[in-house]
Ligand binder design. Structure first.
Ligand code: HGA
Length: 609
């Protein structure tokens, strides 16, 4: 959340900062701001709303700065107002941007109350600026002031500060929120995500927890959490420069939906052989861990949690391993029992999800045998903190509502099922059938995407509704949950998902013609049960939209509209049936005119608690 970009250069950095913010806008879009240092002058420009409002406010010709920091905000403390927008200033000298939450901000405010600092915002962030300004009074350098100040911050921060009196320097600090240094020639940069800096460099240093760094045009000095000066590896980025482009699609979300066959092909590439899963796809030593594992605990949030829920069905049914799934924000604050030979599996697109990282930390202290991260960003905190990892190769996902990250996570879990099943007596027939299904998956997704026009039509009927129910059974229940989440996120229609056997235990009371019911109905062993649930809805005057296998023999009539989903094997059906639900939420949102890629109140990469 919150996007940060900073630069120290000889040239004017305004356009670099604005382009960086545009590339990070998916992380937060309540307000945006920039602080520039030029010829000894500090200027601040902030606007409520998107980066466009900020760039309109900055007159490109006259806005100048050779050092600058910029921010796009997702508010946690203090309303969405210009005065709460970052950068925050102190002493008319320092400007600072921050991603995270300073939990002891009230105590810090109190501690500064007898000093001469005028707090102008309601943010926690402003306390960082004044604390560092205060430290600067008795420290020789800005770096020393930051090193001293961070000792008093509780919570999470990725922060960057500049000082009018030292105009060629930025000092940055990372604890709980990611920061990456971009290395240029005679100029250097900082950002909360390398995506922001790809137009200007491909050489990066990923800061580690507790690092504080001083960055000038030609030098980078990093002090680690123990106070030692350290050298960190310089990494050449392999992320595509244009990963942030829409490639002709109207929205990132649509582009990302259509990329799914290709990115799943990538995710499988070189990892799936006719005999099974290649060695060490999940990291060195994974085979030994999988041979021993008896229990799996999956921890995730949001869409990734739904991937975990689906994986539970697969891991227990296909690999015969006991599996529990839990929401990270719950797990991290409860006392739980670790079963013998347990593997903790965490899932996060960004690898920076604060709740998931905290849950992993707790799990590592609680005696899990090993940890595996399923993640889309190499080098992210989750990957670094886990013993094993699986990279999903979905490419940059910009749309706030996750699509391709989800389906590649599911493809990864099918590989995990095979890698573990090998040690648990999985039959050759089952193994070959899953391998065959994986091989067919990309083309099945391509076929399923051809339903787009029919779904677009269906969305018309749907878009004036205020509530909806999504139904599925077995491994399609989490897919129904994911479908409901997508609709909520981008169309703001209230949507709930139920395992359809649960209907009679309460939710049937909601059924009437104003409550559309969406059903996912592949042709599997639960089909007849699902059909009975559909009849229960019909008997109560419900209107249904059924995504079904042709052989499931549903027929459209005045109360039920049926869309044929290409026939596919049971193992990949959850992935295939995800596609129509993504398209449905997309087209409904389009009709409703909501902001598809940046829905209200949300942000990508949830790096705050
Ligand atoms: N707490 C700060 C920064 C918020 C943030 O990092 N969001 O992701 C604020 O509310 O401005």
């Amino acid at each position: 959340m919150c996007g940060i970009v900073g630069a120290v250069a000889e040239r004017n950095v305004v356009q670099i900062l604005l382009e960086g913010l545009r590339r990070l806008e998916y992380r937060g879009y309540d307000s945006a701001g920039v602080a520039l240092l030029n010829n000894g002058e500090l200027s601040i420009t902030r606007r409520v709303g998107k980066v466009k409002a900020l760039s309109d406010a900055l007159d490109d010709e006259s806005s100048l700065g050779t050092t600058g920091i910029a921010h796009t905000r997702w508010a946690t403390h203090g309303g969405v107002t210009e005065v709460n927008a970052h950068p925050h200033t102190s002493s008319e000298r320092f400007a600072l941007v921050h991603n995270g939450i300073i939990e002891n901000h009230k105590a810090l405010r109190d501690a500064l109350s007898d000093k001469d600092y005028a707090f102008v915002s309601d943010t926690d962030t402003e306390t960082i600026a004044h604390t560092i300004a205060e430290a600067r009074k008795h420290c020789d350098t800005l770096l020393e002031s930051v090193l001293q100040s961070v000792k008093s911050f509780h919570g999470a921060y990725g922060t960057v500060i500049i000082d009018k009196e030292d105009p060629n320097t930025m000092v940055v600090a990372r604890s709980g929120s990611p920061l990456v240094i971009g290395l240029g020639i005679g100029e250097n940069f900082i950002a909360s995500d390398q995506m922001a800096l790809l137009p200007v460099t491909r050489r990066f240093i990923f800061l580690e927890e507790g690092d504080v760094a001083e960055i000038t045009r030609t030098t980078v000095k990093i002090i680690d959490a123990s106070g030692e000066k350290v050298e960190r590896e310089v990494v050449e980025s392999s992320v595509e420069h244009d990963a942030g482009d829409k490639a002709g699609y109207r929205h990132y979300m649509l582009k990302e939906i259509y990329e799914q066959p290709a990115v799943i092909r990538n995710t499988l590439q070189g990892r799936v052989t006719p005999d099974g899963i290649s060695d060490d796809v999940f990291g060195e030593g994974s085979d030994e861990v999988f041979a021993k594992v008896e229990n799996i605990k999956i921890i995730a949030c949001g869409t990734s949690y739904h991937a975990g829920m689906t994986a539970k069905y697969w891991l227990e049914a296909y690999a015969g391993v006991c599996c529990d799934v839990e929401i990270a924000s719950e797990f991290r604050y409860r006392k739980s029992v670790v079963k013998p030979n347990s593997l903790i599996v965490t899932i996060s697109q960004s690898g920076e999800t604060a709740d998931t990282l905290a849950a992993l930390k707790l799990a590592k202290e609680s005696g899990y045998m090993s940890s595996l991260a399923i993640c889309n960003v190499d080098g992210s905190s989750l990957v670094r903190e886990s013993s094993l990892s699986f990279m999903t190769r979905a490419g940059a996902e910009i749309g706030v509502a996750s699509t391709k990250a989800f389906t590649t996570q599911l493809a990864g879990f099918l590989m995990l099922v095979l890698a573990i099943g090998k040690h648990k007596g999985m039959s050759d027939t089952l193994k070959s059938s899953i391998l065959q299904s994986l091989a067919e998956l990309p083309s099945k997704l391509e076929e399923t995407l051809t339903l787009a026009d029919d779904i677009d039509d269906l969305a018309e009927e749907f878009s004036d509704k205020h509530h909806s129910l999504f139904l599925g059974r077995g491994d399609q229940y989490p897919i129904a949950m994911e479908g409901a989440l997508k609709l909520k996120e981008i169309s703001y229609i209230h949507a709930e998902a139920y395992a359809s056997g649960e209907l009679k235990h309460g939710p049937l009371a909601l059924i009437d013609a104003e409550m559309p019911v969406i059903v996912v109905a592949p042709n599997n062993e639960l089909l007849e049960k699902l059909k009975s649930n559909v009849e229960e809805v019909r008997a109560r005057g419900g209107i249904m939209y059924v995504f079904a296998d042709k052989d499931a023999h549903f027929k459209s009539d005045e109360t039920m509209r049926v869309l044929d989903v290409p026939h596919c094997s049971e193992a990949i059906a959850p992935i295939v049936y995800t596609i129509p639900l993504q398209l449905l939420s997309y087209y409904v949102a389009l009709i409703k005119g909501t902001d598809v890629d940046q829905p209200r109140n949300l942000a990508k990469s949830v790096t705050v608690e």
